[in-house]
Design a protein around this ligand. Structure first.
Ligand code: ADP
Ligand code: MG
Ligand code: MG
Length: 902
């Protein structure tokens, strides 16, 4: 035997040979069956064929050398142990053939029960069961049905029709009313269906049944729906599945038999207790198939107290052993309990936190482990309000769930109207075809945003996510008519003031008001709930785990905030500063007119006047923000977007001018504006006159902003506060650009700071690939770098974000060129490499160079882990993502420690 094993690769493991850590090789089901076996739990004997055998088979289309012999040897051992031979006509051993990959892929690959039954052994089985013909024929018809469907692709409905037909003939809807004769007749009908679809008789040789079933499990790894599921769930395509061959035990032997599922805690809420379902006189798949009504697991106590108590003791045992929620499948055969499966159970986001907290209380895991077991995506889910959909609410349309949450309100079709109604205390939903920067005030005022165009990365989606505001985008069934203030969908028309509800998680749109539940977790972050005294186990668990994450993390977490309100909220959510304060919005609204004057200025004088008028307005904005962030650093980005974004759109302006001219009105000003817009028109505005380029071309613009920032800081400090301004220059590609801006800024700073003691840092965004590649030089002129990974991604890939997402990202995702959009999660290999180079070379040139990241990646869990590994000092993200980033920054430390020790 030993000699044989050195020649043959080992492809088959007895349950006694495996354990729970061998999931790669034995799959989840096999590894856990082995673990339970070794714990001494009653698992029917069996063996597991490895994922390696599957991979070898899929590679060549043939069973690898040695596999058949090893299966034979393990089967013989199983037969000896059971005292029966596979398919023996007089006293048959039957087995189940069960798939089981490393990751559970529910419903992807199926199981065949009762393998080994044929026209002769069905008689033997009946005798074995004490002349129970009904049971034997029921088992046989199940084999043909499952084998036909799973192994030979016979359409499952045909079997179901035949079963319904048999029940109808009996005048019943319950399969238990079918007697042995009925089931024997059903077997004949099934065999005909089988032969019709496969062109052959149902295989009678037990070993052939077994081999075909094993092969079918191997092949199911590449079944289309498995491939699609893996792609969605980002499960690697090359893992393969294991196959478990398990001696059958029978839950369909009569009322003292049955089958069920159990959870050691409630997978929905995490509450402790006994959760599960039981079905008497049934075989496995009946429980989930909904063939008959199951009873709550607690009822088993009445039906079979011995088995119930035994099950409870195993549940406690498994939970203690796995130190986690377990889900369990079991069968009772004539009063004897058998354990058929266990695994660490799936759970909701809320249950994940609650269970982790409870297990810490019970001393089963420590806080590090609790932190490891929850994640930022779950936390984000818990922060959104939800619809209480217990009534019948039918959606009228479905768009993209662009920014999660649940919002109801009166439909409005313009930003102004949104602001107006909101000011009167109304909840509104801003409905647009698509949004643009002018809708910002309306978006802030609205409870939710609904657009008929654009995807997950449209303006509406991106801005809404940044604000943590519910948004459904691209609901293309909606015909939005803004001038007439209404939209139509199907036969419905919704006018201004009609109430609608949008679900930003599912993308569904409802007419009328769906009741909403607020998020307790946000209440807690807002400081409205005292965690220690909270009745809510979720709040207590979140508090505890967040506190631990904060102790563990090395990355600081800042926020992107343009207003004092956002800054204040982010601070409550734990932000340790502002990593990105954009100044664009300070040029919008009633200030547009000043910006127009600035752009139209023909003389230095005119320009300086416009700038002088803007200065106090900007200063006042900064004063508020510094006050809100008293004592914490605030990174202010000088103006970044191309100037024409502040002017009316070309077409609209051209029409206005033409119409006014027609009427003989004085259009001198509009014409000048139109000329300016035409002059500033760019083919590729994202690659045009913007960022630092603007600062170098428009005299006085950056100087005015620098002055406003520093004067505001001095004001706050003089009033007894503290301000830590960091001035950030956008879009730098060459150190000379930064040096030029810096020289001018330093003069202003020296002049304004005076005796106040205010310290001002000057740094730059790293968002142009050239900046990353020359970071060593740029660091000479920068006290900090902030990676603008949105632009770095655009320019690194050569994508224009607004164009590409709708145009071809779907195809790239489908082809697997991206696992996920590089705008959602940083492309660590490519764009991330630029970050790594810049961080290393920047720090080499200037030790202690402060490094951060702003942009959406700062709040994305995987990206946070990456930024931790690169050694950044902080991430900055939208206020709502701050808790997510804190949590993930803590988890990143654990992950790094885990991979070191491996
Ligand atoms: P899934 O992965 O879909 O859960 P399983 O391999 O667990 O598929 O099989 C489904 C059900 O079939 C099990 O829950 C169990 O009830 C039943 N089953 C599987 N193997 C056996 C067996 N050896 N004896 C009795 N029932 C079994
Ligand atoms: Mg199962
Ligand atoms: Mg940028």
């Amino acid at each position: 035997m030993a000699a044989q094993e050195t020649v043959d690769h080992k492809y088959v493991y007895d349950f006694a040979e495996g354990n729970k850590d061998l999931k790669d090789l034995l799959g989840g089901k096999g590894a856990n069956l082995a673990e339970m076996t070794n714990l001494g739990l009653p698992v029917p004997p069996g063996f597991t064929i490895t994922t390696e055998a599957c991979k070898a088979y899929l590679g060549t289309g043939e069973e690898p050398a040695g596999l058949a012999g090893q299966i034979e040897a393990h089967l013989e051992a199983l037969e000896r142990e059971m005292g029966r031979r596979l398919g023996d006509p007089d006293d048959p051993l039957l087995v189940s053939v069960r798939s089981g990959a490393k990751f559970s892929m529910p419903g992807m690959m199926e199981t065949v029960l009762n393998v080994g039954l044929n026209d002769r052994s069905v008689i033997g089985l009946s005798a074995q069961a004490g002349r129970n013909d009904r049971f034997a024929w029921d088992s046989y018809r199940r084999l043909i049905q499952m084998f036909g469907k799973t192994v030979c692709d016979v359409p499952g409905e045909e079997f179901e029709h035949a079963l319904d037909e048999a029940k109808r003939a009996k005048g019943s809807t319950d399969d238990l009313d079918l007697d042995a004769d009925d089931l024997r007749g059903l077997v004949d009908a099934y065999k005909k269906i089988f032969a019709k679809h496969t062109g052959r008789e149902f295989p009678q040789a037990p070993r052939e049944q077994l081999d075909l079933a094993i092969r079918a499990v191997f092949e199911s790894w590449n079944a289309e729906r498995a491939v699609v599921y893996r792609r969605q769930e980002r499960i690697p395509a090359d893992l393969g599945t294991a196959v478990n061959v398990v001696a059958m035990v029978f839950g369909n032997l009569g009322p003292d038999s049955g089958t069920g599922v159990a959870f050691t805690r409630d997978p929905a809420s995490g509450a402790q207790g006994i959760y599960g379902d039981y079905l008497a006189n049934a075989q496995g798949e009946d429980v989930v198939a909904g063939i008959r009504n199951t009873v709550p697991l607690q009822e088993l106590e009445r039906i079979d107290k011995t088995s119930y108590d035994e099950l409870l003791s195993y549940m406690a045992r498994l939970e203690e052993h796995y130190r986690d929620l377990c889900d369990i499948e079991f069968t009772i055969e004539r009063g004897k309990l058998w354990m058929l499966q266990t695994r660490v159970g799936k759970r909701t986001a809320a249950a994940a936190f609650v269970i982790a907290g409870q297990l810490v209380d019970e001393g089963l895991i420590d806080l590090d482990e609790a932190l490891h077991r929850v994640n930022g995506a779950q936390l984000a889910q818990l922060m959104f309000p939800r619809f209480r959909l217990d009534h019948e609410f039918e959606p009228v349309a479905k768009g993209v769930g662009a920014s999660p949450g649940a919002a109801s309100g009166k439909a409005v079709f313009s930003s102004d109207r949104a602001v107006e109604l909101a000011a009167q205390g109304e909840s509104v939903i801003l409905v647009r075809r698509e949004t643009n920067p002018d809708d910002l005030n309306g978006m802030i005022a609205a409870n939710g945003i609904l657009t008929s165009r654009g995807g997950k990365t449209s303006h509406a989606a991106v801005v809404a996510r940044g604000m943590g505001k519910t948004c459904v985008s691209g609901a293309d069934a909606l015909d939005v008519n803004v001038p007439q203030r209404r939209f139509t969908v199907g036969e419905h028309t919704v006018g201004e003031g009609d109430v609608i509800s949008v679900d930003g998680t599912t993308g569904k749109v409802y007419l009328g008001e769906v009741p909403v539940m607020p998020s307790e977790v946000v209440q807690y972050f807002e400081g409205n709930l005292e965690p220690a005294r909270s009745e809510d186990p979720l709040v207590r668990a979140v508090h505890r785990i967040m506190t631990h994450a904060d102790q563990r993390r090395r990355l600081a977490v800042r926020t992107n905030a343009d207003t004092a309100e956002d800054a204040a909220r982010a601070r409550r959510f734990g932000a340790q500063g502002i990593g990105l304060c954009r100044t664009e919005h300070m040029f919008l609204g009633d200030r547009r007119e000043l910006v127009e004057r600035l752009i139209l200025a023909r003389t230095d004088d005119e320009r300086e006047q416009a700038l002088a008028a803007l200065l106090p307005l900007q200063r006042a904005d900064f004063v508020e923000i510094f006050r809100a962030m008293d004592g914490l650093p605030v990174t202010v980005r000088l103006i970044d977007p191309p100037l024409h974004e502040f002017l009316p759109p070309l077409e609209q302006l051209a029409v206005n001018v033409a119409v006014a001219q027609e009427r003989g009105e004085d259009v001198a000003k509009e014409e000048a504006l139109l000329a300016a817009v035409r002059r500033m028109h760019e083919e590729n505005p994202m690659l045009g006159l913007r960022g630092v380029r603007l600062g170098l071309v428009i005299p006085g613009l950056f100087a005015m902003q620098v002055r406003a920032i520093v004067e505001a800081a001095v004001t706050v400090v003089r009033d007894g506060g503290s301000a830590l301004p960091e001035i950030m220059v956008p879009l730098v590609g060459a150190v000379q650009e930064l040096e030029t801006v810096r020289a001018e800024a330093e003069k202003i700073i020296a002049e304004v700071v005076g005796e106040s003691g205010v310290e001002v840092l000057i740094g730059t965004m790293i968002e142009v690939p050239r900046a990353a590649l020359t970071a060593g030089q740029i660091a000479e002129a920068a006290e900090f770098f902030s990676f603008g990974t949105n632009d770095l991604t655009q320019m690194g890939w050569g994508f224009s974000r607004d164009d590409v997402e709708a145009a071809f990202f779907w195809r790239y995702l489908e082809l697997g060129i991206f696992g996920i959009s590089p705008f959602e999660s940083i492309d660590a290999e490519g764009v991330g490499r630029l970050v790594r180079i810049a961080a290393e070379e920047g720090r080499a040139a200037r030790p202690g160079l402060k490094l951060g990241v702003c942009g959406e990646h700062g709040g994305d869990p995987d990206s946070v882990h990456f930024f931790h590994s690169v050694g950044l000092d902080y991430v900055s993200c939208s206020p709502f993502r701050v808790p997510v980033a804190r949590l993930e920054a803590g988890r990143a430390v654990l992950e790094a420690a885990g991979s070191d020790s491996r």
